[in-house]
Design a binder for this molecule. Sequence first.
Ligand code: RB5
Length: 143
Amino acid sequence: MKIIIGCDHAGYSMKEKVKTHLHERGIEVEDVGTHSEESVDYTDYGIKVARKVSDGTFERGILICGTGLGMSMVANRFRGVRAALANDLFSAIMSRRHNNSNILVMGGRLIGDVLALQLVDAWIETPFDGGRHQRRVEKMDID
Ligand code: RB5
């Protein structure tokens, strides 16, 4: 699996830890930035990640901002993107099982790094349940 990852200044520190963790797991990571804690617009980085998930270049992405709210809002504007704001384990797991989420969004100012890595692991390892959930997910792509 190859994952594209992005953040704003509020998510930078967590993004670096997630990136290291993914490398340690042998997962290839494309980091679109930001690359420091200097203030930037979360939208720019949300767009970079969501566009490449939407067009199929990457199967999965991770986005981190202060709350996770802005990143999830912008990412979900892209067709085929199912970005899940998950700051707890149950949401991270269920976003995969029932919603086939393809972008995990976390709030760097809301949760600690240890939990963030647990969410990432659970989100990577949990498969989509399919079945009736496939039909429901397909209904999300509205023209
Ligand atoms: C940046 O201050 C903050 O607005 C951003 O990280 C995010 O929380 C937006 O939704």
